[in-house]
Design a binder for this molecule. Sequence first.
Ligand SMILES: Cc1ncc(COP(=O)(O)O)c(C=O)c1O
Length: 468
Amino acid sequence: MKNTYFDLIDQTYYFPQEGFDLNNGNLTFHGIPLKHLIEKYGTPFRFIYLPKIGDQIKKARNLFNRAIKKNNYKGTYNYCYCTKCNHFSHVVSEALKHNVHLETSSSFDIDLILNLFREKKIDKKRTIICNGYKTNDYLNKIVSIQEMGFSNIIVVLDSKSELDRLITAAGKNIIKIGIRMAINEEPQSSYYTSRLGIRQNELVQFFRENIKGNEHVELKMLHFFVDSGIKDSLYYWGEFQKALNIYTSLKKESKSLDSFNLGGGFPIRNNLGFSYDYEYMINEIVKNIKDACDNEKVTEPNIYTEFGKYTVGESGAIIFEVLEQKHQNDTETWYIINNSLMNTIPDAWSIHEKFILLPINKWFNEPARINLGGISCDHSDYYNSEDLNQEVMLPSYSNDDKEPLYVGFFHTGAYQDAISGYGGIKHCLIPSPKHVIIDRDEKGNIIDYVYRNEQSAEEMFKILGYDK
Ligand SMILES: Cc1ncc(COP(=O)(O)O)c(C=O)c1O
């Protein structure tokens, strides 16, 4: 009996499963026949399946609201979308249809807020949480939208020095602020304390000396973000508990403080064996906050999250055609795909991120252990292990086959476009710097001139679809 790729997947995991199924032997994604898209658009192409965004938002919101009810929790749950994860107009607009608040990361993000306001996708009451390093340009833009009438902006201080600069930029305006607590990283990390935020042992004193009684600012939020993700681990709960201790200490001295922001970090399915108990984790989060507040006799805060990857990651995919197979030795077979993995899913080579890799067709061919390579000349342009297996299996095929093998990387909707610089956009919308050319003339004198100025917000928004 022939052992097929389908048998392998069905026996190793279970199949069909959440969003993935077969139709006439070809893969479908949430009911979309991918073979049909390949015939229509040709390969390579990336796509985003918008309905998944709303499903994710609804799932988290329902689970938080259920946990709030179950624990008789007094505060509210507030879902923010972290724009840096995917800035495209169609993506942010889809999230906004589900009434999310927005979290910004840099100066151009405030231009994005203005674009959304002009397009009537948000009004001035929408909560905007301003995170990230505050350049003066970023601070001035934040103040200017507050002066326009945006009434729910919270500026999260990333470092102590931001407070004075914020107050200078604010003039007579009173600004709602948050403070970000710097987390201590996991032991295997290459540094000990995150550069993002204010050190845990300095935070309460900083509040007492600089914020308490300061008429220019009103403390609303404590923010922390464990960037290795929200996991049921001793490390995660340790950082969580430290944030809670700081929150309750601050709350005893600050009437206006009423919000606790966990940042992002909800995981997504990056392999077919993925299992994560969202309901359990959300209940634990709510319960732990409640217990800490009860013990310290302070009111429970409103809970904020800023899920980026969780909101959009599972809605994206990229499809390739295998151009050629090369048997380089007895055990190594390379499938060369018709683009570059470094360019299209940069997290795969830069931080060894794994995605779900599946064939679109030939599911009933025998499975083969392969290495996947891109057509760039860089030796790092490859993918050869999955999250659960230190190998990649795909269907075998014959060079005489009429139809090529097509493969897809799924759940690639977060960060990949920004990090790979799709069309000229950038991570956190931080623009390409000015480009200067330096030469010498025949006498050896230096000649220098600007080849291109710094990228403008308008240039980026054109690429992102905000110029319609
Ligand atoms: C402050 C802050 N909030 C939210 C996020 C989103 O994280 P994730 O995409 O893991 O949900 C990030 C990501 O870097 C972040 O820095």
